[in-house]
Design a protein around this ligand. Structure first.
Ligand code: GLT
Ligand code: MN
Ligand code: MN
Length: 392
């Protein structure tokens, strides 16, 4: 019998090579797993029901490889993609591992480092295009400081903009139809990273030369680290048409970036996130890849990595089913209908031109005490959500 929660390519689940390929090193300990060759990663992901795989340039091609070496590796990878049927919807550039980026890439004070970063990003984009990627992610892991004595943060933001504007313009001139997805993180590995949240990024995008090409790639862990709501970050991005990609994982609030298996912490946050992405309440759904940027516990061997990958995808599908059940729940619908009711057509008045609205509002009989009187029944509503989530 088929299990309805087993993933299939139609679910459009993706993993980064760096996620299932993570060897389990941490700042206090060496790797615990051997490097899994990219070809085996593709085979196992395809067998598990994933749709695609994403990568950094250096997940595939080692830093400093010769052109011939690069072409050989890429050709081999292309063959493995064809054999497994997986696609590469997103590519990104590693602008953080090499010591040259110790003081930033696009925001480094040394213009030669910024030039090197842009050149590397161009090569990363070319690789992405060759593999069929439509989205290019920019995660500015090193774009920050330990001390603000280092530079004026306004300069950093201006240099960041210059580099992205240059890259957008170059991509357009090449005639490539790509979108850039900017990923925020508040700290780690830098003491403070510029443009710390998805909200910061959304504003920054409005200041770019090609804002239509740029959106965001919110990550659960990165919003939860400082205790913010991923659901609200994603909702804001969706509401303005800027959710270009997503990094799904899990995180205990206030810790270092844990990149845990999706849904393994803050299950309720994951439930409302999946509900939002799937549009189970009848609102527009997110139509991009469902990407997991997480890795297996350091306790695991390679089999544990595949348990982890299946777990991410199954949890997402189970939560989607629970969200659909919640949105179909008659009692929940009644509570929501009651709190949103507008028998006198007042909502419309708030959309009138200001002078007309002012007159219309002045004429309304609005008694704050009467309006305040009724409870909203959110205790009951939340319990209904929770019972669906728990499968009760
Ligand atoms: C790195 C980081 C992630 C980013 C990846 C893309 S690399 O693993 O922790 O959040 O999404 O550069
Ligand atoms: Mn990420
Ligand atoms: Mn992370």
């Amino acid at each position: 019998m088929t299990d309805p929660f087993d993933p299939t390519p139609a679910d459009r689940f993706t993993f980064g090579l760096w996620t299932v390929g993570n060897p389990g090193a941490d700042p206090f300990g060496a790797p615990v797993r051997r490097r899994i060759p990219p070809e085996r990663i593709l085979e196992r992901l395809a067998a598990a029901g994933a749709w695609g795989v994403n990568l950094h340039d250096n997940d595939l091609v080692p830093f400093g490889a010769s052109a011939a070496e690069r072409d050989r590796i890429v050709a081999e990878f292309q063959r493995a993609l064809a054999a497994t049927g997986l696609c590469v919807p997103m590519a990104t550039t590693n602008l953080f591992s090499h010591p040259v980026f110790r003081d930033g890439a696009f925001t480094a004070s040394d213009p030669k480092v910024r030039a090197f970063a842009v050149r590397k990003a161009m090569a990363g984009i070319e690789l992405g295009v060759e593999l069929g990627a439509r989205t290019i992610v920019f995660w500015g892991g090193r774009e920050g400081v330990e001390t603000d004595a280092a530079r004026d943060p306004r300069d950093a933001i201006a240099w960041y903009r210059e580099c992205l504007d240059l890259l957008c313009g170059w991509v357009k001139e090449q005639g490539w139809e790509l979108r850039f997805a900017l990923e925020a993180k508040p700290n780690e590995p830098r003491g403070d990273i510029y443009l710390a949240t998805t909200g910061h990024m959304l504003h920054f995008i409005t200041t770019l030369a090609h804002p239509e090409m740029c959106g965001v790639n919110p990550e659960v862990a990165h919003e939860n680290m400082p205790g913010l709501s991923m659901v609200h970050a994603v909702a804001q991005a969706m509401e303005c048409g800027k959710l270009f990609h997503i990094d799904l994982n899990a995180q205990k609030i206030g810790r270092y970036d844990q990149d845990l298996r999706f849904g393994s912490e803050d299950l309720k946050g994951a439930f409302f996130l999946v509900r939002l992405l799937e549009g189970t309440n009848g609102r527009p759904a997110y139509d991009g890849p469902r990407h997991f940027d997480a890795h297996a516990y350091r306790t695991e061997d390679e089999e544990g990595v595949w348990d982890f990958a299946r777990g991410c995808m199954r949890t997402y599908k189970i939560l989607a089913a629970r969200a659909r059940a919640f949105d179909a729940d008659e009692e929940a619908r009644q509570i929501l209908a009651a709190t949103h009711a507008d028998p006198d057509g007042v909502a419309e008045l708030l959309r009138l031109p200001p002078a007309e609205a002012a007159t219309a509002l002045a004429g309304l009989d609005l008694d704050p005490d009467a309006l305040a009187a009724a409870g909203r029944r959110y205790e009951r509503l939340d319990q209904i959500a929770l019972e669906h989530l728990l499968g009760a």
